[in-house]
Design a protein around this ligand. Structure first.
Ligand SMILES: [Zn+2]
Length: 243
Protein backbone atom coordinates (compact mmCIF):
# COMPACT_ATOMS: atom_id res chain seq x y z
CA UNK A 1 0.00 0.00 0.00
CA UNK A 2 1.45 3.36 -0.99
CA UNK A 3 0.85 6.54 0.95
CA UNK A 4 -2.15 8.73 0.16
CA UNK A 5 0.03 11.58 -1.05
CA UNK A 6 2.17 9.35 -3.24
CA UNK A 7 -0.99 7.85 -4.73
CA UNK A 8 -2.46 11.32 -5.29
CA UNK A 9 0.77 12.41 -7.00
CA UNK A 10 0.46 9.50 -9.42
CA UNK A 11 -3.25 10.14 -9.97
CA UNK A 12 -2.57 13.80 -10.65
CA UNK A 13 0.17 12.92 -13.14
CA UNK A 14 -2.17 10.52 -14.95
CA UNK A 15 -5.00 13.10 -14.95
CA UNK A 16 -2.68 15.69 -16.49
CA UNK A 17 -1.61 13.21 -19.14
CA UNK A 18 -5.26 12.49 -19.95
CA UNK A 19 -6.00 16.23 -20.06
CA UNK A 20 -3.08 16.75 -22.45
CA UNK A 21 -4.52 14.15 -24.83
CA UNK A 22 -8.02 15.63 -24.54
CA UNK A 23 -6.67 19.14 -25.08
CA UNK A 24 -4.82 18.00 -28.19
CA UNK A 25 -8.01 16.48 -29.59
CA UNK A 26 -10.07 19.54 -28.65
CA UNK A 27 -7.54 21.86 -30.30
CA UNK A 28 -7.68 19.88 -33.53
CA UNK A 29 -11.49 19.70 -33.49
CA UNK A 30 -11.67 23.47 -32.89
CA UNK A 31 -9.22 24.19 -35.69
CA UNK A 32 -11.32 22.04 -38.03
CA UNK A 33 -14.52 23.83 -36.99
CA UNK A 34 -12.94 27.26 -37.48
CA UNK A 35 -11.59 26.23 -40.86
CA UNK A 36 -15.01 24.92 -41.95
CA UNK A 37 -16.60 28.24 -40.96
CA UNK A 38 -13.89 30.16 -42.84
CA UNK A 39 -14.54 28.05 -45.94
CA UNK A 40 -18.30 28.69 -45.72
CA UNK A 41 -17.74 32.44 -45.31
CA UNK A 42 -15.21 32.36 -48.15
CA UNK A 43 -17.69 30.65 -50.47
CA UNK A 44 -20.35 33.28 -49.66
CA UNK A 45 -17.87 36.13 -50.31
CA UNK A 46 -16.82 34.46 -53.57
CA UNK A 47 -20.46 34.19 -54.73
CA UNK A 48 -20.92 37.93 -54.11
CA UNK A 49 -17.89 38.85 -56.25
CA UNK A 50 -18.94 36.37 -58.94
CA UNK A 51 -22.39 37.99 -59.10
CA UNK A 52 -20.72 41.45 -59.38
CA UNK A 53 -18.55 40.19 -62.20
CA UNK A 54 -21.54 38.66 -64.02
CA UNK A 55 -23.50 41.93 -63.74
CA UNK A 56 -20.53 43.86 -65.14
CA UNK A 57 -20.17 41.41 -68.04
CA UNK A 58 -23.87 41.88 -68.91
CA UNK A 59 -23.40 45.68 -68.87
CA UNK A 60 -20.29 45.37 -71.06
CA UNK A 61 -22.16 43.18 -73.53
CA UNK A 62 -25.03 45.66 -73.75
CA UNK A 63 -22.60 48.53 -74.25
CA UNK A 64 -20.84 46.53 -76.97
CA UNK A 65 -24.16 46.18 -78.81
CA UNK A 66 -24.80 49.93 -78.52
CA UNK A 67 -21.30 50.69 -79.85
CA UNK A 68 -21.84 48.39 -82.85
CA UNK A 69 -25.14 50.09 -83.49
CA UNK A 70 -23.51 53.56 -83.43
CA UNK A 71 -20.66 52.39 -85.65
CA UNK A 72 -23.09 50.97 -88.19
CA UNK A 73 -25.17 54.12 -88.11
CA UNK A 74 -22.11 56.33 -88.65
CA UNK A 75 -20.83 54.24 -91.56
CA UNK A 76 -24.28 54.14 -93.16
CA UNK A 77 -24.56 57.92 -92.85
CA UNK A 78 -21.05 58.37 -94.28
CA UNK A 79 -22.09 56.42 -97.39
CA UNK A 80 -25.06 58.73 -97.77
CA UNK A 81 -22.71 61.75 -97.82
CA UNK A 82 -22.08 61.20 -101.59
CA UNK A 83 -25.73 61.56 -102.40
CA UNK A 84 -26.66 64.72 -100.48
CA UNK A 85 -28.51 67.28 -102.50
CA UNK A 86 -27.97 70.49 -100.57
CA UNK A 87 -26.25 72.14 -97.60
CA UNK A 88 -29.27 71.61 -95.35
CA UNK A 89 -29.11 67.85 -95.93
CA UNK A 90 -25.32 67.88 -95.53
CA UNK A 91 -25.58 69.70 -92.23
CA UNK A 92 -28.24 67.33 -90.92
CA UNK A 93 -26.24 64.27 -92.01
CA UNK A 94 -22.98 65.64 -90.58
CA UNK A 95 -24.77 66.28 -87.29
CA UNK A 96 -26.05 62.72 -87.29
CA UNK A 97 -22.59 61.28 -88.05
CA UNK A 98 -21.01 63.38 -85.31
CA UNK A 99 -23.71 62.27 -82.90
CA UNK A 100 -23.18 58.60 -83.76
CA UNK A 101 -19.38 58.95 -83.44
CA UNK A 102 -19.70 60.74 -80.13
CA UNK A 103 -22.04 58.09 -78.77
CA UNK A 104 -19.61 55.40 -79.99
CA UNK A 105 -16.67 57.15 -78.28
CA UNK A 106 -18.55 57.61 -75.01
CA UNK A 107 -19.71 54.01 -75.17
CA UNK A 108 -16.15 52.81 -75.66
CA UNK A 109 -14.89 54.89 -72.74
CA UNK A 110 -17.58 53.53 -70.48
CA UNK A 111 -16.95 50.00 -71.74
CA UNK A 112 -13.23 50.30 -71.01
CA UNK A 113 -13.93 51.57 -67.50
CA UNK A 114 -16.35 48.69 -66.86
CA UNK A 115 -13.88 46.21 -68.33
CA UNK A 116 -11.19 47.45 -65.92
CA UNK A 117 -13.61 46.98 -63.01
CA UNK A 118 -14.54 43.55 -64.32
CA UNK A 119 -10.87 42.55 -64.62
CA UNK A 120 -10.36 43.59 -60.99
CA UNK A 121 -13.31 41.45 -59.91
CA UNK A 122 -12.02 38.49 -61.91
CA UNK A 123 -8.57 38.81 -60.30
CA UNK A 124 -10.31 38.89 -56.92
CA UNK A 125 -12.32 35.79 -57.86
CA UNK A 126 -9.12 33.95 -58.75
CA UNK A 127 -7.46 34.97 -55.48
CA UNK A 128 -10.52 33.86 -53.51
CA UNK A 129 -10.71 30.56 -55.37
CA UNK A 130 -7.02 29.95 -54.65
CA UNK A 131 -7.49 30.76 -50.95
CA UNK A 132 -10.54 28.49 -50.76
CA UNK A 133 -8.64 25.67 -52.42
CA UNK A 134 -5.77 26.01 -49.92
CA UNK A 135 -8.21 26.02 -46.99
CA UNK A 136 -10.12 23.03 -48.35
CA UNK A 137 -6.89 21.06 -48.73
CA UNK A 138 -5.90 22.00 -45.17
CA UNK A 139 -9.34 20.91 -43.92
CA UNK A 140 -8.99 17.59 -45.70
CA UNK A 141 -5.52 17.09 -44.21
CA UNK A 142 -6.63 17.95 -40.65
CA UNK A 143 -9.78 15.81 -40.89
CA UNK A 144 -7.67 12.85 -41.97
CA UNK A 145 -5.27 13.58 -39.11
CA UNK A 146 -8.17 13.63 -36.62
CA UNK A 147 -9.58 10.42 -38.01
CA UNK A 148 -6.20 8.71 -37.81
CA UNK A 149 -5.46 9.92 -34.27
CA UNK A 150 -8.81 9.30 -32.63
CA UNK A 151 -8.51 5.59 -31.91
CA UNK A 152 -4.97 6.04 -30.58
CA UNK A 153 -6.08 8.82 -28.27
CA UNK A 154 -9.04 6.77 -27.06
CA UNK A 155 -6.85 3.76 -26.31
CA UNK A 156 -4.30 5.90 -24.55
CA UNK A 157 -6.94 7.53 -22.35
CA UNK A 158 -8.54 4.17 -21.53
CA UNK A 159 -5.15 2.76 -20.49
CA UNK A 160 -4.47 5.79 -18.32
CA UNK A 161 -7.90 5.57 -16.69
CA UNK A 162 -7.23 1.93 -15.95
CA UNK A 163 -3.98 2.73 -14.16
CA UNK A 164 -5.76 5.53 -12.31
CA UNK A 165 -8.39 3.04 -11.14
CA UNK A 166 -5.67 0.76 -9.83
CA UNK A 167 -4.11 3.53 -7.74
CA UNK A 168 -7.44 4.89 -6.50
CA UNK A 169 -7.76 2.14 -3.91
CA UNK A 170 -4.81 3.65 -2.02
CA UNK A 171 -6.76 6.85 -1.37
CA UNK A 172 -9.68 7.22 1.01
CA UNK A 173 -12.90 7.93 -0.95
CA UNK A 174 -13.49 11.25 0.84
CA UNK A 175 -10.02 12.53 -0.07
CA UNK A 176 -10.40 11.31 -3.64
CA UNK A 177 -13.73 13.12 -3.92
CA UNK A 178 -12.13 16.29 -2.59
CA UNK A 179 -9.27 15.96 -5.07
CA UNK A 180 -11.67 15.35 -7.99
CA UNK A 181 -13.87 18.28 -6.97
CA UNK A 182 -10.93 20.71 -6.80
CA UNK A 183 -9.47 19.31 -10.00
CA UNK A 184 -12.74 19.87 -11.87
CA UNK A 185 -12.86 23.49 -10.67
CA UNK A 186 -9.16 24.30 -10.94
CA UNK A 187 -8.15 23.63 -14.50
CA UNK A 188 -7.40 19.95 -14.00
CA UNK A 189 -5.05 20.40 -11.04
CA UNK A 190 -6.29 19.11 -7.67
CA UNK A 191 -2.88 18.51 -6.13
CA UNK A 192 -0.36 21.31 -6.28
CA UNK A 193 3.34 21.21 -5.63
CA UNK A 194 4.78 23.62 -3.06
CA UNK A 195 8.19 25.06 -3.91
CA UNK A 196 9.96 27.52 -1.57
CA UNK A 197 6.72 27.94 0.39
CA UNK A 198 4.87 28.93 -2.79
CA UNK A 199 1.88 26.97 -4.09
CA UNK A 200 2.62 26.15 -7.74
CA UNK A 201 -1.10 25.98 -8.43
CA UNK A 202 -1.87 29.63 -7.69
CA UNK A 203 1.62 31.04 -7.00
CA UNK A 204 0.83 32.49 -3.62
CA UNK A 205 2.74 32.05 -0.38
CA UNK A 206 1.45 29.45 1.99
CA UNK A 207 1.61 30.01 5.77
CA UNK A 208 4.82 28.69 7.46
CA UNK A 209 2.89 26.33 9.73
CA UNK A 210 1.27 24.68 6.69
CA UNK A 211 4.70 24.36 5.10
CA UNK A 212 6.13 22.74 8.24
CA UNK A 213 3.28 20.24 8.31
CA UNK A 214 3.87 19.51 4.64
CA UNK A 215 7.57 18.94 5.17
CA UNK A 216 6.71 16.57 8.00
CA UNK A 217 4.59 14.71 5.48
CA UNK A 218 1.86 13.36 7.71
CA UNK A 219 -0.53 11.27 5.71
CA UNK A 220 -3.36 11.59 8.22
CA UNK A 221 -3.79 15.27 7.71
CA UNK A 222 -3.49 16.52 4.15
CA UNK A 223 -2.73 20.21 3.73
CA UNK A 224 -4.68 22.51 1.43
CA UNK A 225 -3.63 25.79 -0.11
CA UNK A 226 -5.52 28.57 1.76
CA UNK A 227 -5.89 30.48 -1.53
CA UNK A 228 -6.78 27.97 -4.25
CA UNK A 229 -7.81 25.10 -1.91
CA UNK A 230 -5.75 22.60 -3.89
CA UNK A 231 -4.29 19.72 -1.90
CA UNK A 232 -0.58 20.29 -1.43
CA UNK A 233 2.56 18.20 -1.64
CA UNK A 234 6.26 18.95 -1.51
CA UNK A 235 9.13 17.61 -3.52
CA UNK A 236 11.98 15.59 -2.04
CA UNK A 237 10.09 14.69 1.05
CA UNK A 238 12.25 12.12 2.84
CA UNK A 239 9.30 10.44 4.49
CA UNK A 240 7.35 10.26 1.26
CA UNK A 241 10.27 8.84 -0.71
CA UNK A 242 10.73 6.14 1.94
CA UNK A 243 7.17 4.85 1.67
ZN1 LIG B 1 -2.71 27.54 -4.23
Amino acid sequence: MISTLRALERIQRIDLEIKAVEDEERRLVNTIQELSLEIKAGAVALAVVEADSEALKTQIKELGEKITESTERASKDEKRLNSVKNDRELNALTKEINGANKSKKLGEQEKNALQAKCDEKDALINAKLEALKTREEELKRLSAELEASRSGWKESIEAKLKSKDEIKSSVAPAILRKYELIRSKRNGVGLALVKDEICQGCFTHIPPQVYIMLKRGTDEELQSCPHCHRLLHVEENGQLEAV
